[in-house]
Design a protein around this ligand. Structure first.
Ligand SMILES: Nc1nc2c(ncn2[C@@H]2O[C@H](COP(=O)(O)OP(=O)(O)OP(=O)(O)O)[C@@H](O)[C@H]2O)c(=O)[nH]1
Ligand SMILES: [Mg+2]
Length: 245
């Protein structure tokens, strides 16, 4: 039996990328998409609505109008996704860095895991078109996070992920404090501490060609502080009993 999946895609000014991404995802029969748009000035939200009509309701849009943010968008999207009738809830960037053709590989690994990471840093994982500086920064960030938090995943900052719905539902979404890309690290840390079974499957990550990156100095600073905040935060460090199903 094929698992059904809902892919959450946060967007801010991704007009050129979102139609290509959605077309790729629509190739998979049991996949639906939830675009969480932060009132993009370039009209990504309206375009996503149009895609919903094109693909007969398999694409829906959550329009946010206050407190723009990557983490906040995911929280809102995940809460909505948890109310839907699906087996797996996925996370993906809109900028085509994550290949929709690889989604079935991630979903297939959910059988034996609660969370699957599309990983650049396991055997078979690759990165296309990154300057040397980005490789160094990303490798450093992962070593730093693994050392401070003791999370054993190799790619702690990948935004290509799938969750078994029940595992995602068990996380304290309202207690997360990160909003930038550290939100990904926080989710992984909390899932790990709560006994979620985490698997990694290799992906080919391709640097964005269209649109602009939203990574800022403030986001990088948050990334430096988050691992320390996590290990000293009683709520996120709280171990829940390991679930048996
Ligand atoms: N809803 C929403 N989406 C966002 C926000 N910031 C970024 N995104 C989306 O999050 C995804 C990842 O953002 P990117 O700017 O590509 O960040 P990144 O992949 O870490 O950085 P690059 O490697 O430079 O592309 C994309 O789909 C963005 O459109 C935000 O404030 N709100
Ligand atoms: Mg990107």
């Amino acid at each position: 039996m094929s698992l059904s999946a809902l892919v959450i895609v946060p967007t801010y000014n991704e007009r050129t990328n979102i139609p290509v991404l959605v077309a790729g995802l629509m190739q998979h029969e049991h996949v639906r998409v939830l675009v969480v748009d932060d009132n993009s000035p370039d009209g990504t939200g309206a375009l996503a609505e149009e895609l919903g009509r094109t693909y007969n309701g398999r694409v829906s849009v959550l329009h946010r109008t206050t407190n723009r943010g990557f983490g906040r968008s995911y929280i809102d999207g995940m809460k909505q996704a948890l109310g839907e009738d699906v087996d797996v809830i996925c996370q993906m960037d809109a900028d085509l860095s994550h290949d929709p053709a690889q989604l079935p590989d991630l979903i297939a690994a959910i059988g034996a895991a609660d969370m699957v990471i599309g990983s650049r840093y396991v055997r078979g994982g690759t990165i296309v078109n990154w300057p040397f500086k980005r490789h160094v920064l990303s490798r450093f960030a992962n070593t730093y996070i693994r050392t401070v938090t003791r999370v054993s995943a190799h790619d702690c900052t990948s935004g290509y992920r799938c969750w078994k719905k029940s595992a995602l539902a068990s996380l304290p979404l309202d207690a997360f404090f990160s909003d930038g890309y550290s939100f990904l690290v926080e989710m992984l840390f909390v899932a790990h501490r709560r006994g979620c079974r985490i698997a990694e499957v290799p992906i080919t990550f391709v640097e964005r060609r269209e649109g602009e990156s939203k990574v800022s100095r403030a986001v990088l600073l948050e990334s430096a502080v988050t691992p320390w905040r996590l290990i000293s935060n009683p709520e996120s460090s709280r171990k829940a009993p390991r679930r048996t199903s």
